[in-house]
Design a protein around this ligand. Structure first.
Ligand code: NAD
Length: 367
């Protein structure tokens, strides 16, 4: 059997720093679990522009299309702020998402026990929280035509169009049902079927797809009510599927239930490849954090947890993913914290490398 293949794109700012810690974990799997990955590494973002004059070289794009999964650090930085829009670092990331046709964006909101105090909500509301928001990423109101600002009579009118085809809803719904099957077998679909025709179609198609997943308990909720329920009692949810606009808002809301940006992983999935695995890009939610880059202050957990998502969703290694997540949980429980996870004075924060080493030690202890 061939090894699973992984393309690593550390990117800019803290990207390479946090990716170094992921590399340690990949090496640990080879040495201690006999699980080896075919890892290649390349440039994306500002560093790719510096070398090639483009934020994503065609060869890198071609590699990304071939591998089982791509793991990206972060892109961007002040040095590149004045570049032409077409070569800005973010264009590299957008090109990856577009050409890989990554329509299903997975944003987990998981509250690690030791960080329950970090939430703005009460501890018992968030402790043990583990939900997943699936956001449709390539269609909806951000892309629909007509769009623009037009003259109408003696004033201007701004127009955007919410547009979804049945096949677009069908494929993201299937991706969410597949996820629910790997988790708690509960899926809540959110739209505004009470006031939007696209919401009516969304609800109909999701219900139809649900017939192929009789084991998954499907419910529907209006997105505004969903926002209220997410802050009232988020633990009622397992997987939530929703459109691009509502998903943008609800995933940020859910993520912040759990605390720091340095802890948030994400995945973007596309259609299955010949080997049955979905096209996949994994990345922390945070950016390149130029304010702390190069200082050993970055929290590597978001990137480590993005790799754990790759283990679960690209490589069918759910148990190993859980092992990594539990190692992170143990490290936090032991009080090891990078600066972003400290809200009291007088404690010396762990460096990026110390945090990574502590996760390795916790992985060792799990054997
Ligand atoms: P950011 O996420 O980089 O930083 C926001 C704040 O959170 C900063 O104070 C930073 O120090 C802190 N932070 C972020 N990640 C952290 C981590 N792992 N550990 C500890 N602290 C962390 O967002 P920003 O400052 O708005 O953007 C900085 C650059 O990153 C910009 O060039 C922006 O375009 C880019 N960006 C890239 C991505 C991406 O690559 N996906 C996402 C967002 C922003």
């Amino acid at each position: 059997m061939t090894n699973p293949s992984l393309l690593i794109l550390p990117g800019d700012g803290i990207g390479p720093e946090v990716m170094t810690e992921v590399r340690k974990i990949i090496d640990w799997f080879g040495a201690k679990r006999g699980i080896t990955f075919d890892v290649s590494e390349d440039l994306v973002g500002g560093c790719a522009y510096d070398k090639h004059g483009t934020p994503l070289h065609d060869d890198t794009m071609a590699k990304a299309q071939e591998v089982d999964a791509v793991l990206l650090g972060a892109v961007g930085g002040p040095k590149y702020d004045n570049l032409d829009f077409s070569v800005k670092p973010e264009r590299g990331l957008l090109r990856l998402r577009k050409e890989m046709d990554l329509f299903s964006n997975l944003r987990p909101a998981q509250c690690f026990d030791a960080l329950a105090d970090f939430s703005s909500l009460k501890k018992d509301v968030v402790a043990g929280l583990d939900i997943m928001i699936v956001r449709e990423l390539t269609s909806g109101v951000y892309f629909g035509e007509p769009r623009g600002i037009f003259e109408e009579g003696n004033e201007r009118v701004g127009i955007n169009t919410q547009r979804y085809t049945e096949s677009e809803i069908d494929r993201v719904a299937r991706s969410a049902f597949d996820l629910a099957m790997k988790r708690g077998k509960k899926l809540c679909s959110m739209e505004k079927a009470n006031v939007m025709e696209s919401g009516i179609l969304w609800r109909e198609v999701v219900t139809e797809v649900g017939k192929d997943y009789p084991e998954v308990e499907l419910s529907h909720m209006y997105a505004d009510a969903g926002a209220m329920q997410l802050t009232r009692w988020p633990k009622q949810f397992d997987v939530i599927v929703t459109d691009n606009l509502f998903g943008d808002l609800l995933s940020d809301l859910a993520a912040m239930l759990t605390g720091s940006l340095g802890m948030l992983p994400s995945a973007s999935l596309g259609a299955p490849m010949d080997n049955g695995r979905p096209k996949a890009l994994y990345e922390p939610v945070h950016g390149s954090a130029p304010d702390i880059a190069g200082q050993g202050k970055a929290n590597p957990c978001a990137c480590i947890l993005s790799f754990a998502m790759a283990l679960r969703y690209s490589f069918d290694m759910g148990e190993e993913a859980t092992r990594v997540e539990q190692a992170v949980n143990k490290v936090l429980g032991d009080g090891v914290r990078t600066a972003d996870l400290l809200n009291e004075e007088g404690i010396t924060p762990a460096t990026t490398a110390e945090m990574g080493d502590a996760v390795i030690a916790a992985l060792d202890a799990s054997l």
